[in-house]
Write a protein that binds this ligand. Structure first.
Ligand SMILES: Cc1ncc(COP(=O)(O)O)c(C=O)c1O
Length: 446
């Protein structure tokens, strides 16, 4: 059966009508985020590839914003979802169903031994961030929360308040008692490279901007939208000591860095000698089916038992069936090793591009979280936002989907599905090479 023509019968696939209909009927709040000059319209996907409405093939280096973890239309996920939809599409959270309970158990066993871990399923990452903050405040009895500049934790009222990227912060009253500290960006951080100055900044911020008693600190082990900023070794451990000394909890946001994305372990915090108190996950957990979760030490979660927190679609069995398949595929297909091996090849190729194009100031990342940062001058590191935009437009013409990130919009971010293969690497590097060459030609007016 040709599934494409099935949905073509009542869907208008003509390019302009898709753009016009969205412009007319989407609210401005949802309409605003369009990265390409000419909107990208996607029709189908298979593993690490996508096709646009005109059937042009693209390598999806963005994994649809990291939601596609094991591959578009991965057969194991499609099968699990189809089976579950056909049997019971939803079981409201107040009734019992084995699939979410299995998933909770399977997630709990991925966490460090020595603690009892429990899971609260949500519909999205931001909802899980809201819940984690609420749990931290309820459990500790403290209000002050520390967040990192340049972080992204989501768009809800709560998650936005701990998001340190201006373009996502709206001109409305934000949640109170949030203090931002400088992110330990090793390339352009305000204290330069190193860990200690950024830890000292936490001490100062606690001393001057909080009451001294903390509810929590939120940390992305690798800042994603911030432009792939990995936390340097020692930072998360040092930060945790400081937060815990003030009574606070450590919340790691693994929405982007989890599921083996960095090629080292299932969760990125495992490489940082840290056992968090809570972990927030979403995106890749469902491989495109909406789901989020807070994985938390049982004794912390207990404080919320006296009242209801009811997410209508939380623990939806279809989403949970997809997530169970994702965890199985990651394990059975050795996808964490794949991210490490193929990620290294990708990184090598990017380093070679850096040798050729002086506009590339930095190449960084681990596994399948890679970035190149573009600068006008390697010494001053002045961001090359315009040139980045030009390269970005060309990458799509050369068959890549990636993202333009970072506070200065000068970072090309690559976070492909875990199934990207070694054979994909050279075509990706060639496409980037051509995109840089095109952008340079355009720059010199040829
Ligand atoms: C690190 C991180 N945390 C939280 C979120 C919020 O997730 P969601 O968009 O599912 O609400 C995102 C989304 O991009 C994210 O990247």
């Amino acid at each position: 059966m040709d599934t494409i023509s099935t949905y073509e019968t009542d869907v208008d696939w003509s390019t302009q009508s898709i753009i016009d209909r969205r412009d007319k009927y989407y609210a401005a709040s949802q309409r605003a985020f369009v990265p390409y000059e000419k909107p990208l319209i996607l029709k189908r996907g298979k593993m690490q590839y996508c096709w646009d409405e005109l059937d042009n093939k693209l390598i999806d280096l963005l994994g649809m914003n990291l939601c596609i973890s094991v591959g578009h239309a991965h057969p194991a996920v499609v099968k699990a979802v189809t089976n579950q939809v056909q049997n019971l599409t939803h079981c409201t959270t107040m009734f019992h169903h084995p699939v979410p309970a299995h998933l909770a158990e399977e997630l709990a066993v991925t966490m460090p031994a020595g603690h009892d871990w429990v899971v609260h399923f949500t519909n999205s990452g931001a909802e899980a961030i809201d819940l984690a903050m609420m749990m931290a405040r309820a459990h500790t009895g403290n209000q002050d929360i520390i967040a990192l500049r340049n972080s992204y934790h989501g768009a809800t009222y709560g998650a936005q308040a701990v998001t340190g990227v201006q373009s996502f912060r709206h001109n409305v009253a934000q949640l109170s008692n949030i203090t931002f500290v400088a992110e330990p960006n090793q390339y352009r951080g305000i204290f330069g490279p190193g860990t200690e100055p950024y830890l000292e900044e936490i001490d100062r911020s606690i001393a001057y901007s909080t009451c001294g008693k903390l509810a929590a600190m939120l940390i992305e082990p690798v800042q994603g939208y911030g432009g792939i900023i990995p936390m340097p070794q020692g930072y998360m451990k040092g930060a945790a000591e400081r937060i815990r000394a003030c009574g606070g909890l450590v919340i790691v946001d693994e929405v982007q860095s989890g599921f083996g994305k960095t090629g080292d372990s299932m969760w990125c915090f495992e490489s940082h000698e840290l056992v968090p108190d809570m972990m927030v996950i979403a995106k890749g957990l469902g491989n495109g089916i909406p789901i989020g979760a807070v994985v938390v030490k049982k004794e912390i979660a207990e404080c919320m038992g006296g009242k209801f927190i009811f997410h209508t679609y939380g623990a939806n069995p279809v989403a949970c069936a997809a997530a169970r398949a994702v965890l199985r595929v990651i394990r059975d297909d050795n996808l964490i090793d794949n991210a490490k091996t193929v990620g290294s090849l990708l990184s090598e190729g990017l380093m070679q591009l850096k040798d050729r194009y002086s506009v590339i100031g930095d190449v960084r990342g681990r596994g399948f979280m890679q970035a190149i940062e573009l600068v006008r001058n390697r010494d001053t590191r002045e961001p090359a936002a315009e040139f980045t935009a030009r390269v970005f437009e060309r990458t799509r013409e050369h068959g890549l989907i990636l993202s333009k990130s970072g506070a200065f919009k000068n970072v090309l971010r690559m976070v492909p599905p875990l199934c990207l293969s070694a054979e994909d690497v050279q075509p990706v590097i060639d496409a980037l090479d051509q995109s840089f060459a095109d952008a340079e030609k355009q720059n010199s007016g040829n």
